[in-house]
Design a protein around this ligand. Sequence first.
Ligand SMILES: *Cc1c(COP(=O)(O)O)cnc(C)c1O
Length: 430
Amino acid sequence: MHYFSTNHRSAYADFREAVLKGQPDDGGLYFPECIPKLSHGFIKSFSEMENPQIAFEIMRPYTAGAIGDEDLFAICEETIDFEFPLVSITDRISALELFHGPTLAFKDVGARFMSRCLRYFSADQDNKTLVIAATSGDTGAAVAVGFHGIEGIEVVILYPSGKVSRVQELQLTTLGDNITALEVDGVFDDCQAIVKRALADKDIQRKIFVTSANSINIARWLPQQFYYFFALKQWNGTAPVFSVPSGNFGNICAGILANASGMPASGFIAACNANATVPDFISTGQFSPRDSISTLSNAMDVGDPSNFARILEIFGHKYPRIIERMNAVSISDAETTEVMKRVYEEVGYFLDPHGAVGFKALEDQLSERPDDRGVFLETAHPVKFDSVERILGTFGSIPVEVSELLQKEKRSIRIPSDYETVKELILSMV
Ligand SMILES: *Cc1c(COP(=O)(O)O)cnc(C)c1O
């Protein structure tokens, strides 16, 4: 399989090159030259298969020519060695819980898959690999844990001091070994700007192969297709409507890609917070990116979602085809809070703020579609967000991993928001 750039000004790349580079030079996103069709045999029988087998069958056409079958199977097995339960919340709405992985958020799947691919591809490289990433919380934790202990790879994570939750910070800063956490006196955008400069810095490139682990990398994007199949495996009846809490639109775009390959679905809802760039596009046909607004569901505070380019690609840039398969709605913080309280009071289920946006968007949509039922993706465990305790008065039960984490000591390097400081640090590490 080859991948082209959605900006059409960079050369095609195979899976290996696209993963190592992360992003084409023209600033676009890598996209597969053709969307594989799932066989009828697979569609009929995947619900009888083990999860790693499903993952393997889905990824195989995408990695063809770059990773052998045996190695790909091993990567899939390591990536998804945890549960993805579908939990019924009301008679028409179920939650697909994606938070049973090591950092309690869905980004574990993509980060783990990518780390294993990089290990596989860097085995035959002389230089070490440096993975550098900026985070507002969940990404950094998933990347840090996904890459921890992977040989030949050094990881540097930058996060804004005081702007990630307690659990997220501990997940980033307590691993040690090949993971270095830089606590930046600044905001997420400052961290992101430093990462961009480091990726383009020739002095660093001369010493070490440097890449990013951001969400647009195809090794993080494509494995997100798995979730939808895991939901269907546990589903009876007409295919569900999928409601996906969305920020950068990687997760929903993977679902839409799977659907384009033949996976059944009765439609997709992009559940957004006040960052309504895509909901506005759905209602007006105009895509106008803007600055992000802070909300309770902060992992979705994105005003210019990069994966939107891939959604356009899947639908051949045809607006009528997009709105036939996908709706997008904006849910306010007040609605998010109301739904978290109501669902907790009525059925005793703890929604995190991101899942709450997904639930509310689905509930609203189903009220207009009396014959449908749906699934929303519960993208993170409520304990990751300090706001849950504030709103509900409790987190419910705290998972053992988290109680253990709370005993550990944070180890970060506190730095000003200054590129030269980071550069010196990196050069002293390699
Ligand atoms: C990253 C994240 C999202 C948004 O996912 P996208 O793929 O960027 O749309 C939603 N919920 C949580 C908890 C996240 O960490």
